[in-house]
Design a protein around this ligand. Structure first.
Ligand code: AMP
Length: 181
């Protein structure tokens, strides 16, 4: 990645200490989204590896993955599929439980959102422990999607999320790393 891209991303992401709780550094991309050049460069970089390929669907994880994923889908001329917290989608869904730091949560998508063997790129803003993205990949694979990549603006490499996704046979692409958690 060229230095100017790294610095435009680094400078546009706001770090909020001790949010949502003591000891966490929250990497806030709302400032990146509000910065025209940083937003465009992020989307361009996420799109780049797939330019010229047939990608049937981009799946975005609620909620920040919707904003980035929608823009990426538009650029790739793909459909967009929302992966949502349980109870938000109106039609027949498939659901998966996953572990959070405390307790478990569930995410779901419409059963008919993706046809078997369709090529899907998964998008979220950030990968930390990888638990959220792992569940999303499993959900997609469960309905027969060919998940060609999972892409994130930010990687927190110390938390090891990348390995969890690669273990499912899905390549991971990230644009910028922040050390620590
Ligand atoms: P994980 O399941 O641990 O990989 O967490 C990833 C999800 O939680 C993503 O949807 C992120 O938006 C959010 N997340 C986790 N850690 C952070 C952080 N330090 N700053 C901002 N968002 C985070």
């Amino acid at each position: 990645m060229d230095k100017s891209l790294r610095s435009v991303l680094e400078d546009s992401i706001r770090s909020i200490h001790n949010y949502p709780k003591e000891g966490i550094v929250f990497r806030d991309i709302s400032t990146l989204l509000g910065h025209p050049r940083a937003f465009r460069r992020s989307v361009d970089e996420l799109v780049h590896p797939f330019a010229g390929q047939r990608i049937d669907k981009v799946a975005g994880i609620e909620a920040r993955g919707f904003i980035l994923g929608g823009a990426v889908a538009h650029q790739l001329s793909s459909g967009f599929v929302p992966i949502r917290k349980k109870g938000k989608l109106p039609h027949d869904t498939v659901r998966i439980a996953y572990s959070l730091e405390y307790g478990i949560d569930e995410m779901e998508m419409h059963r008919d959102a993706i046809r078997p063997a369709e090529k899907v790129v998964l998008i979220d803003d950030l990968i930390a422990t990888g638990g959220t993205a792992e569940a999303a990949v499993k959900l997609l694979q469960q309905i027969g999607a060919d998940v060609v990549a999972a892409c994130f603006v930010i990687d927190l490499p110390d938390l090891g999320g990348r390995k969890k996704i690669e273990a499912l046979g899905v390549p991971v692409r990230t644009l910028i790393e922040f050390e620590g958690d």
